[in-house]
Write a protein that binds this ligand. Structure first.
Ligand code: FAD
Ligand code: NAI
Length: 471
């Protein structure tokens, strides 16, 4: 094994958390190395997560719209077909463009990139099993673990990524399955369920809880989302648990039962998507060699400055606490380097937006109504429907609403919840409002361009402390 010079910072994992930290460290003049085993940079998000899923969501939406939503707009189209191979190729183009872009940014910011699998040999020494063969020891004054997460498996259903799939299989199917059962009605289930439903699969979502959307979604919004997705052809079985499955026959058979016990039934599917959450990934890191442990959920334990009990080893992204989101990982990538270089950094965990990229999109930031209610704070709610928004009307895309929750005494905005076209873009304004501690009146008295969807945000704010004009 060869040994390299000691670096100021060694980062394990080139996902969003790791690559952002590496670029930031380069910008700060630190001597930095990033080790990634995948062969490409960008981690789950760029390779098999955010980016490929959004490429498929965008193009499948376009197809679905051409099929079902053109005639009324005065657009007559002829023979519309899906070319799945080309659809996948266009997704791959987006992915490779972005992963190569990160590699370019590494060069630009003097980040050393080592392709291989890292494991701890000591508190400062990392052994890298090089992708090209051989081993190398890398020594770091500081080390960041950013090894991400993986799909949580479903006991008894073996993933083959062809018939029993995770999201990784769901972005790479070579044929539109006739039927698909999705286990878990969270973000992955609904996004990937939407893609294949639009392309022609009969999709059934089985969700253990009484509400779709996964953790965090406002109950009123979740209900509205379920209603529109149902209208688009997705079937839902809520409060239902999967007891087991059998993939030995031509169809996969799933036994499901009411969550509280009772009614049993068997569902047949060509493909089963397991989307019951993700879990931190730290396998093979050699944590035992340095005495680092994970908690009961597999997360590496850190303090408020991302330090493990070995202070020069820090952890960011999906493999530690907090929401498993790319932009959360990105904020941590910047903050952790600031801690190392300057001794201070900052991430506001109360202002991290969530977006579900279905159509309509669902987006939120801050607390949902269930949470505010449980906190005991007196609150008020302003609601504005897109049916009353002029731009949504011109776009013939009026599904959904904006809901703003504010403190009844101080008028400070506590949560913003949007279901509607472009909710994922609109939520940026809500995030900024929460970051700056805005009151609903601050937003209601801010001029918003007309005609734009953002006026619905302004009017929901007006409805929180007074009355909306257009509803
Ligand atoms: P990862 O991106 O998982 O990166 C970790 C990297 O570390 C991996 O590339 C891995 O190969 C590498 N690694 C692991 N162990 C080692 C080792 N020992 N040596 C070397 N390298 C190692 N989030 C959003 O915000 N918006 C979205 O739209 C969105 N869509 C998603 C869609 C899907 C289908 C999925 C699965 C996830 C999605 N996410 C989305 C979540 C997002 O992908 C993650 O939150 C994000 O990737 C976390 O970044 P990370 O750097 O912590 O981990
Ligand atoms: P999730 O946590 O969002 O949803 C999982 C759902 O499965 C929950 O509703 C849960 O109640 C249900 N569930 C759990 N066990 C079950 C069982 N045995 N039977 C039936 N239902 C069960 O997890 P998901 O959708 O797998 O996504 C993982 C993570 O990836 C998300 O939490 C998110 O952080 C990230 N992600 C983000 C996206 C975005 O930002 N647009 C897109 C995709 C993923």
């Amino acid at each position: 094994a060869t040994e390299s010079e000691e670096k100021d910072l060694v980062i394990i994992g080139g996902g969003v958390a790791g690559y952002v930290a590496a670029i930031k460290a380069g910008q700060e003049g630190l001597k930095v190395t990033c080790i990634e085993k995948r062969g490409t940079l960008g981690g789950t998000c760029l390779n098999v997560g955010c980016i490929p899923s959004k490429a498929l969501l965008n193009n499948s939406h376009l197809y679905h719209q051409i099929l079902h939503d053109t005639k009324n707009r005065g657009i007559e189209v002829g023979d519309v077909k899906i070319n799945l191979e080309q659809l996948m190729k266009s997704k791959d183009t987006a992915v490779s463009g972005l992963t190569k872009g990160v590699e370019f940014l590494f060069k630009k910011n003097n980040v050393e990139y080592i392709k291989g699998t890292a494991s701890f040999a000591g508190e400062h020494e990392i052994t890298v099993n090089l992708t090209e063969g051989g081993e190398k020891t890398v020594v770091g004054k500081n080390i960041i673990i950013a090894t991400g997460s993986e799909a949580t498996p479903f006991p008894g259903l073996e993933i083959d990524e062809k018939r029993i799939i995770t999201s990784t299989g769901a972005i790479a199917l070579t044929k539109v399955p006739e039927s698909m059962v999705v286990i878990g009605g969270g973000i992955i289930g609904l996004e990937m369920g939407s893609v294949w439903s639009r392309l022609g699969s009969k999709v059934t979502v089985v969700e253990f809880l009484g509400q779709i959307g996964g953790p965090g979604m406002d109950a009123e919004v979740a209900k509205a989302a379920q209603k529109v997705l149902k209208k688009q052809g997705i079937d839902f079985k809520l409060s239902t648990k999967v007891m087991g499955g059998d993939a030995s026959g031509e169809k996969v058979k799933l036994q499901v039962e009411a969550a509280k016990g009772g009614k049993e039934e068997t569902l047949d599917a060509d493909v089963v998507l397991v989307a019951i959450g993700r879990r931190p990934y730290t396998a093979g890191l050699g944590l035992e060699n340095i005495g680092l442990e994970t908690d009961d959920k597999g997360r590496l334990v850190i303090d408020s400055e991302y330090r493990t009990k070995i202070p020069h080893i820090r952890v960011i992204g999906d493999c530690t606490f907090g929401p498993m989101l790319a932009h959360k990982a990105e904020e941590e990538g910047v903050a952790v380097v600031e801690y190392i270089k300057k001794g201070y950094g900052h991430v506001n965990y109360g202002a991290i937006p969530s977006v579900m990229y279905t159509h309509p999109e669902v987006a939120w930031v801050g607390q949902n109504e269930q949470e505010v209610k449980a906190s005991g704070v007196k609150y008020k709610v302003g609601n504005f429907p897109f049916t009353a928004n002029s731009r949504a009307k011109t776009n013939l895309d009026t599904e959904g609403f904006v809901k703003i929750i504010a403190d009844a005494e101080t008028d400070r905005i506590l949560g913003v919840h949007i279901i509607g076209a472009s909710a994922g873009e609109l939520i940026a304004e809500g995030t900024l409002a929460i970051e700056y501690g805005a009151s609903s009146e601050d937003v209601g008295r801010t001029s918003h361009a007309h005609p734009t969807l953002s006026e619905a945000f302004k009017e929901a704010a007006m409805a929180t402390y007074g009355k909306a004009i257009h509803f």
